[in-house]
Design a protein around this ligand. Structure first.
Ligand code: AMP
Length: 171
């Protein structure tokens, strides 16, 4: 997977001092890199009868929609508050400074639909924790949570203990 790592741009001090930002736009604009990324994220779930990929706004939309297409299943968005038009469930989570929240449509997953959560980066795990909890509130059975990048040193997996987490690239 080193050929994928080589295409990800590292931007120091973005969006604020001290953060090393993993910029996947340089990977997405490479046709082979994009295809290999989606194939690697989808591979563990081929034959798992996934009903819906749930993508987290906003880079999770890009990756999640393509993974859904590869798996031949539907796509469900998890969005920032106030963006989804129909009745929603909401989960709040802690950021380094303050809190944020995410929403899902209440009727997004139906009853016991098999869902796969997709995002670009697993960092502290707060976003993924909220997404998994939302998927269950909406009736989903969480088969997996898959990430292109996992930042091991931030120990996001600790927040997701017992959940089926997979990542393609680790730093
Ligand atoms: P967290 O809730 O801390 O796991 O953060 C995960 C979310 O923040 C993901 O949706 C990522 O897109 C974004 N994110 C966190 N850290 C980074 C980073 N170093 N580079 C790029 N995106 C990041």
């Amino acid at each position: 997977m080193d050929h994928l790592k080589a295409k990800i741009r590292h931007v120091p001090d973005f969006p604020k001092p001290g953060i090393l930002f993993y910029d996947i736009t340089t990977l997405l604009c490479d046709p082979q890199g994009f295809r290999d990324t989606i194939d690697a994220m989808a591979a563990p779930y081929m034959g798992e009868d996934i009903d819906h990929v749930i993508g987290i706004e906003s880079r999770g939309f890009i990756l999640g929609a393509a993974v859904a297409n590869t798996l031949g299943c539907g796509f469900v968005p998890i969005r920032k508050p106030g963006k989804l038009p129909a009745a929603t469930y909401q989960e709040s989570y802690h950021l380094e400074y303050g809190t944020d929240a995410l929403e899902i449509h209440q009727d997004a997953c139906g009853s016991n639909q098999r869902v796969l959560i997709v995002d670009d980066v697993l960092a502290t795990g707060g976003t993924a924790r909220a997404a998994i909890d939302l998927a269950r509130k909406a009736g989903g059975k969480v088969i997996g949570a898959t990430f292109l990048i996992e930042l091991d040193f931030l120990k996001g997996r600790d927040k997701l203990a017992g959940e089926p987490v997979y990542s393609v690239l680790q730093y």
